[in-house]
Design a protein around this ligand. Structure first.
Ligand code: 4NP
Length: 151
């Protein structure tokens, strides 16, 4: 079982979408996909209604996901940890206990733009087109991840 964690700031906009998209592309028998936020603002909350809506438009139901905060134990529980942006990446790396922890962390967009450390923009304060844009970026990245893990 390969375990993959998607991480953003609030765990209500980007990472729940990434979780739902990647789950839809991988077998649940062989892969466990989860998401978390580096912040604690939205623990126990459903994803943002705009993330739920854009997922639904593309045939995915993420309405039952619940926000949780990233913790050090996630380094033990997961094989791969994807950060949505540079700030998330730094916050995760700060919590790493050793090089093995650090080696699990990568920018999700590095799966399509290797070594560029590009950000998935935070859509929280923008309009609905921001969520569509984020969906498309994450769909492309998750396609690459699923092909890499399950060729
Ligand atoms: P996310 O978006 O990190 O993609 O879930 C955000 C959600 C909430 C906040 C910031 C970003 N917030 O400041 O409450």
């Amino acid at each position: 079982m390969t375990k993959i964690l998607m991480v953003c700031l609030g765990n209500i906009c980007r990472s729940p979408l990434a979780e739902g998209i990647l789950k839809s592309k991988l077998s649940s028998a062989a892969f466990f996909v989860d998401s978390a936020g580096t912040g604690d603002y939205h623990i126990g909350k459903k994803p943002d209604s705009r993330s739920i809506a854009v997922a639904k438009k593309h045939g995915l139901d993420i309405s039952n996901l619940k926000g949780r905060q990233f913790s050090v134990s996630d380094f033990d529980a997961f094989d791969v940890i994807y950060a949505m942006d540079e700030s998330n990446y730094r916050n995760i790396i700060t919590l790493a206990r050793n090089e093995q922890d650090k080696a699990k962390v990568n920018f999700i967009l590095n799966e399509i733009y290797p070594d560029q450390n590009q950000n998935v923009p935070d859509p929280y304060y923008g309009g609905n087109d921001g969520f569509e844009n984020v969906y498309n970026m994450l769909d492309e990245a998750c396609d690459a991840i699923s092909k890499k893990l399950n060729p």
